[in-house]
Design a protein around this ligand. Structure first.
Ligand code: FES
Length: 186
């Protein structure tokens, strides 16, 4: 009788130990599944820098394509591209040719919550359809909820082609203002 009890106790312990091991194994799997995306997110700023897409210069088109004193919509292919991005890498921007080779190129997204702003030649204003934000022709904030002006890409003319330093889209806040050299509230 005593030996029967010992066998039952041993097999219970063995079964319990095996269940614990299986539990640890599956917990490890779940932890890895959670840790991988978090790790990738935390390292994304480093890996993006290595990819070379961030802050690279991309052409917008020949200077002649942008009449002096006018603001035109243009698109470029975002150099920071992932294989799954598809058409979303085609990014719109507003190009203002001030005079000669002096340009201003604005992100199309409102500095409030990112809705695409539209240019109205007659009033000389960029208007946001979402909450009524308005910007002057030089991108400065005119009225509404945005706390600053439109984000502006650094630009230059090379061999008759307007080029901008594109890459990751700016986001609202002090960090974005550092990249444009403007204060967070324009
Ligand atoms: S997103 Fe443009 S005003 Fe709110």
């Amino acid at each position: 009788m005593a030996s029967d009890t010992t066998i039952t106790s041993d097999s219970t312990l063995t079964r319990r130990g095996m269940l614990v091991k299986i539990g640890i194994f599956f917990n490890g799997l779940v932890a890895a599944a959670i840790a991988v995306p978090i790790g990738r997110y935390l390292l994304s700023s480093v890996t993006r820098g290595r990819a070379g897409g961030y802050l690279s210069w991309v052409p917008l088109g020949p200077v002649a394509q942008f009449p002096e004193g006018e603001t035109r919509l243009a698109t470029f292919r975002n150099p920071f591209v992932m294989p799954t991005d598809g058409k979303t890498v085609d990014t719109a921007c507003w190009v203002r040719r001030v005079a000669g080779e002096k340009f201003q190129v604005f992100a199309v997204n409102c500095a409030h919550l990112g809705c695409p702003v539209r240019w109205f030649q007659q009033s000389g204003l960029f208007m946001c359809p979402c909450h009524g934000g308005a910007y002057y022709r030089d991108g400065g904030r005119a009225s509404g909820p945005p706390e600053r002006g439109l984000f502006e890409y650094p630009s230059k003319v090379e061999n008759g082609v307007l080029t901008i330093q594109a890459g990751e889209l700016p986001t609202p806040g002090p960090t974005a203002s550092l990249t444009t050299g403007k204060p967070s509230c324009a």
